[in-house]
Design a protein around this ligand. Structure first.
Ligand code: G6P
Length: 468
């Protein structure tokens, strides 16, 4: 059995004694892949230590081995908080005004990618497939190739890839374009991401399109394709069905009495459009005064990247918007917006989604957005709720039956909330069913299988030895 090496910035090593793959986003996504391959999962331990070792700490957990590295405070500041999250993240999400570029941060980003590549190279065996995830690690393939690694190396970019007009504002843009084209296979979420990156490679690096998504860039061949990520539809649906027993879900439903629930669940990130959504809800109550007291909007938003100043500012902005809305519209017996920054287990979220008449998923920009998919998976087939979805989420491409909205337009979002609340059952079922069926076909196993099936094809490619 050949080995699959997953590389991601964050690695959650499951507790000793547990043979299970860790719970959570990517771990759930790769569960099935690890039944077809033996696994090695490499990345940051999540720990910051003063003098981190240059050797990874290895932990064996059943068929998956974990190899994790600590970061120094400087690495964490420059690589993770700085370049990845203050430069790449805002630019990839089209928020030029929020981007902060610094040469020191970029040097830290390159340094950590080099340290990771050096530590990983010693663990790679000839038959291994290497699959790198997300924007923290764009230069990893170039570093590995420089160390003589000739295995297939793929990259999956979980977030949007913007047009060249936006991407090229990043001072390191040309180097990053070169670096990304060192991967054999570049997976993106949507066809428009594929278009943006391919077009930019042609314009900036004079890449030559070879058909079928392949391009020749500086004498190397790369392939760029979309592989929209899915969820574990069956697992999530079952969790939603069982969640009625859960205390938090039961208490929330009981507390609603006859009120209808609107729900939003996001990491507290400016790409998610949380304050804008709250203002849209305010607009809804302003133009539908008869609904005051009858509807509650629950926003769950665990804090994220709190050391990054733009995230702290967002947190303050949300508190202000929320306070103003609840203060001006609320009554002693009714709070229009309930806001919770605690993180809940997936099983609880599944139950809350099922209890909500409307899922309000209105990111300003999002690679895919799995909350939209989870909301749909959690609905009961006889009486499903309605999804209000931003047209700037990658998920919108696969979910045209949702009420698609422009999240910058509070009026449009407010109108969609109204339409969702008044939608007759027959129409709700008619919209929900095709979305659910498509998601069940294009689930997370389909995603991993399609990507890895294609990466397998690069085993036979002859690679030049690295330049001296
Ligand atoms: C997005 C990114 C992931 C990241 C996650 C949480 O989904 O695509 O790579 O892990 O956000 O962000 P954090 O900075 O806490 O890892």
């Amino acid at each position: 059995m050949s080995r699959l090496i997953i590389v991601s910035n964050r690695v959650a090593v499951p507790d000793a004694g547990s043979k299970a793959v860790a719970a959570g986003g990517l771990a759930v996504a790769l569960k099935e892949a690890f039944t077809a391959y033996k696994g090695l999962w490499f990345g940051w331990s999540g720990k910051i230590t003063d003098n981190p070792s240059s050797e990874p700490v290895i932990a064996d957990r059943g068929r998956v081995q974990y190899a994790v590295m600590d970061l120094s405070p400087q690495d964490h500041r420059e690589y993770y908080s700085g370049f990845a999250n203050r430069a790449l993240w805002p630019i990839m999400h089209y928020r030029l005004g929020l981007a902060a570029f610094s040469r020191a941060d970029y040097a830290g980003y390159q340094r950590v990618n080099r340290i990771f590549a050096q530590a990983l190279a010693g663990l790679i065996e000839p038959g291994d497939l290497i699959w790198v995830h997300d924007y923290h690690l764009i230069p990893l393939a170039s570093e590995l190739r420089g160390l003589g690694v000739s295995n297939p190396i793929g990259y999956f970019h979980h977030i949007p890839w913007p047009s060249g007009e936006v991407f090229n504002t990043l001072p390191a843009s040309t180097e990053l374009l070169r670096a990304v084209s060192d991967y054999d296979l570049i997976g993106l979420q949507t066809d428009s991401d594929v278009h943006n990156l391919s077009r930019n490679l042609v314009d900036e690096l004079r890449a030559i399109p070879l058909g079928g998504g392949s391009l020749m860039v500086d004498g190397r061949r790369t392939r760029i394709r979309s592989f929209p990520i899915g969820i574990d539809v069956d697992g999530f649906r079952q969790a939603a069905e069982r969640a009625g027993m859960n205390r938090t879900v039961r208490d929330t439903v009981a507390g609603l009495r006859t009120r209808k629930l609107l729900i939003g669940v996001d990491r507290l990130d400016y790409s998610k459009g949380v304050p804008e959504r709250m203002e849209a809800v305010e607009r809804f109550f302003a133009s539908n005064p008869d609904q005051r007291g009858n509807v509650v909007f629950l926003q769950i938003a665990p804090k994220s990247r709190t050391e990054v100043p733009e995230y702290e500012q967002l947190s303050r902005d949300v508190n202000e918007v929320l306070g103003n809305i609840n203060g001006s519209l609320g009554e002693p017996s009714w709070t229009p917006i309930q806001y919770v920054t605690k993180a809940y287990p997936r099983a609880v979220l599944a139950g809350l989604y099922r209890a909500a008449r409307v899922g309000v998923v209105t990111p300003m920009r999002d690679g895919m957005n799995l909350v939209a998919k989870e909301y749909v998976a959690a609905q009961s087939e006889d009486d499903p709720g309605v999804l209000v979805l931003s047209k700037f989420a990658g998920a919108a491409r696969q979910m045209p039956e949702a009420l698609l909205v422009n999240p910058y337009d509070r009026f449009e979002v407010a109108e969609a909330i109204r339409a969702a609340l008044y939608m007759p059952k027959a129409e709700r079922v008619e919209r929900w069913k095709p979305m659910f069926e498509r998601m069940a076909r294009e689930d997370v196993d389909w995603w991993a299988r399609s990507y890895l099936g294609e990466l397998e094809g690069f085993r036979t490619v002859e690679r030049e030895p690295p330049a001296e």
